[in-house]
Design a binder for this molecule. Structure first.
Ligand code: NAP
Length: 289
């Protein structure tokens, strides 16, 4: 194996440690403790784990966290009323509605109902618009985590060709836009791929930085990666009771110059960025009072 491992767990831990001090200083000077409210509808086991991890991470960072566990049968109207209550609660700075929602609830309607100043996931169209115009209010958590990992690994992004596999609203599209913008750890030439992309291996082989976010276990094989490319694996797939990424780690790490593992790569960064966004939301709330 020749690739350097980009250790997301370690990088996220040091960010969270720094953040704990920043939160403590913020609370001391303002008298305000940042608070995140998470809403979990139903019993999805993976979502339960994610929400529990976020709750523990908040506590360790000195951020208040409340988790609202709502019944699977909660109606959309009831959920919207619940979100409105959190929007109007001045003690709540960030609101997170854990996805996926039960099928009878229209996800976009609920996400659009979150107050843009409390939208710590950066899903609201107002915040996505600001992000696209390179004047972000919040940066979406997973894309921001990817950008920080790339920066911390010392990878040059300016002028590089970044290929993003996947065009979801949560990962692929926003990370592509963020790395395309003029700015630090950005200014790349970006190609975003999807199921309709022709000659996919040819496109991925042209990447200096390859970001895989498609949700297919070990889809990216060695022949799809250029020698010495930097590979960021966003995928979280359960295979034979094991977590694997979207990249065939063993073979790809033989030719990449640096690579993120799964688990321990992008995942821990997402939570760290959520904490940062909650602090930003608390700052915003203070500015607007
Ligand atoms: P998603 O909404 O399912 O989107 C998948 C994207 O991949 C789509 O754009 C799809 O193309 C594309 N795709 C799927 N199969 C493909 C193929 N064979 N060839 C080319 N493109 C293909 O997924 P997501 O929410 O972005 O998540 C992607 C992965 O990241 C999942 O494993 C998820 O669990 C993981 N994830 C991890 C974190 C973290 O914190 N580490 C956070 C979020 C997501 P079309 O648009 O053409 O359908």
């Amino acid at each position: 194996m020749s690739a350097r491992i980009i250790d997301g767990k370690l990088i996220a831990a040091s960010i969270r440690e720094r953040l704990r001090d920043t939160v403590a200083a913020f609370t001391q000077t303002t008298g305000v403790t940042p608070k995140l409210a998470a809403v979990l509808v139903g019993e999805d086991p993976a979502s339960q784990v994610y929400v529990r991890n976020k709750e523990q991470a908040c506590t360790k960072a000195g951020i208040l966290s409340e988790v609202h566990r709502l019944d699977e049968a909660t109606t959309q109207a009831d959920l919207l009323r619940f979100v409105a209550r959190l929007n109007n609660d001045p003690s709540v700075h960030g609101i997170l509605v854990q996805l996926p929602l039960p099928k009878h609830i229209h996800q976009i309607t609920v996400l659009d109902a979150i107050h843009p100043l409390k939208d710590v996931d950066c899903f609201h169209p107002e915040n996505v618009g600001l992000l696209f115009q390179n004047r972000p209010r919040f940066l979406p958590c997973t894309p921001q985590g990817i950008q920080v990992l790339i920066r911390e690994s010392g990878t040059a992004v300016n002028g590089a060709h970044v290929v993003v596999l996947g065009r979801s609203e949560i990962v692929g599209k926003p990370v592509g836009i963020m790395l395309l913008q003029k700015g630090e750890t950005a200014n790349a030439t970006v190609t975003i791929c999807h199921r309709g992309t022709r000659n996919l291996p040819e496109v991925t082989r042209s990447a200096d930085i390859l970001i895989a976010a498609i949700g297919r276990p070990e889809f990216v094989t060695q022949d799809m990666v250029r020698k010495d490319a930097v590979v960021i694996d966003v995928g979280i797939n359960r295979q034979n009771n094991k977590l694997v990424g979207d990249v065939a780690f063993e073979s790809v790490s033989q030719i990449a110059s640096a690579i993120t593992p799964v688990p321990g790569g992008v995942g821990p960064m997402t939570i760290a960025m959520l904490l940062e966004n909650t602090l930003s939301a608390a700052r915003l709330a203070l500015k607007n009072t």
